[in-house]
Design a protein around this ligand. Structure first.
Ligand code: ISE
Length: 336
């Protein structure tokens, strides 16, 4: 059976997902590209050979010729569209964040649990990145000993046009919130957030530095700098009692010119995490086909924990004080 997928939102990520579905996902077909702008939907649909375009997301989710839905529309629409997909009984891959506020994430969790089976995968694609996967494997097999620290850097060339100052915490940092929690297999207990003196916190892209404490006793620090200018640069180091492991970005060439040796940076996250997106979408397709969530994939509970952490981060930055992150038992429904 071929899975007919609707992509909702034809911006940067929607277009990227449409390309993966059309070109790299045997067993799936790009049925509809839906966007508020019909021109944008048409452009992506034509490039990727989609069967149809649409402008109404709810009507698209309800279509009988759509089996599964990939949501890549603006953050504030994610929860409502995910809820609509659950109501329609259709599996969803929702780009991160699941919702910008934790109350909406809880609504999704309640709806999914009420529906009695998992429908939602959240687009925390770094879990599928081979460099994070190796980091986690080295921790899990004991090579590194007990984990004590995880350092994270997250730099963009410039802030996207729709960014606000706090989106460093609510939109960019959730990647680290999720992947560090996944690698360390723990939850956070607190977060502190700082900005360099003289930085206007409302300026889109203003750097933020965060320190999180985990239930396992580790410290996790995260720098997000969305106006780093020189390139897209994500770095990480996991430090254990017996050793440490750095992430390496995939770099395919070294250029020697003018008495210099250079490696290029990607202009944004898509080339850096191309393999992670591909593996994530393949795992989602298996989930759609079998109804069984892929063990590595982020679910709605993980989406909720990332948003809860972001909310505490925003509070910590505005109060200048360490914010406690409420602990909660993962429901049995999400233990897979
Ligand atoms: C952006 O919104 C993303 O979602 C990307 O995955 C991330 O790497 C980037 O820094 C964010 O700004």
């Amino acid at each position: 059976m071929t899975v007919r997928i609707a992509v909702i939102g034809a911006g940067i990520m929607g277009a990227d997902h449409a390309r993966i579905i059309a070109g790299d996902l045997p067993g799936a077909v790009l049925q509809v590209v839906c966007d508020a702008s019909p021109e944008r939907a048409r452009m992506v649909a034509e490039e990727c050979g989609a069967r149809d375009i649409a402008t109404d997301p709810l009507a698209t989710i309800a279509r009988s010729d759509v089996d599964a839905v990939l949501i890549a529309s603006p953050d504030e629409t994610h929860a409502a569209l995910t809820l609509a997909a659950i109501r329609a009984g259709k599996p969803v891959l929702c780009e991160k964040p699941l919702a910008p506020n934790s109350a909406d994430c809880l609504r999704v969790i309640e709806a999914e649990m009420r529906a009695g089976r998992p429908f939602v995968q959240v687009g925390f694609m770094r879990r599928f990145d081979p460099s994070y996967a190796e980091m986690k494997a080295l921790l899990d097999d004991g090579t590194l000993g007990r984990a004590v620290l995880m350092h994270n850097f997250h730099r963009n060339v410039s802030a996207p046009a729709n960014f606000t100052g706090l989106m460093a915490i609510t939109n960019s940092a959730p990647h680290e919130f999720d992947v560090a929690r996944f690698v360390l297999d723990t939850d956070y207990t607190s977060i502190s957030a700082f900005q360099p003196a003289g930085v206007d916190a409302s300026r889109a892209g203003a750097p933020v530095f965060m320190v999180l404490e985990t239930a396992g006793g580790q410290l996790v620090n995260i720098e997000v700098n969305n106006t780093a200018a020189y390139g897209y640069d994500v770095r990480g180091e996991l430090v254990g009692e017996k050793g440490s492991v750095f992430l390496n970005a995939p770099v395919h060439a070294r250029i020697n010119v003018g008495l210099k040796s250079l490696e290029r940076y990607a202009p944004d996250w898509r080339p850096r995490f191309a393999e992670a997106y591909r593996l994530q979408n393949k795992a989602w397709l298996r989930f759609v086909e079998t109804g069984m969530p892929w063990p590595v994939a982020a679910n709605a509970w993980d989406g909720y924990r990332a948003t809860l952490t972001a909310e505490a981060g925003v509070k910590a930055l505005s109060n200048g004080a360490r914010a406690v992150i409420e602990r909660a038992e993962r429901p049995a429904f999400y233990r897979h």
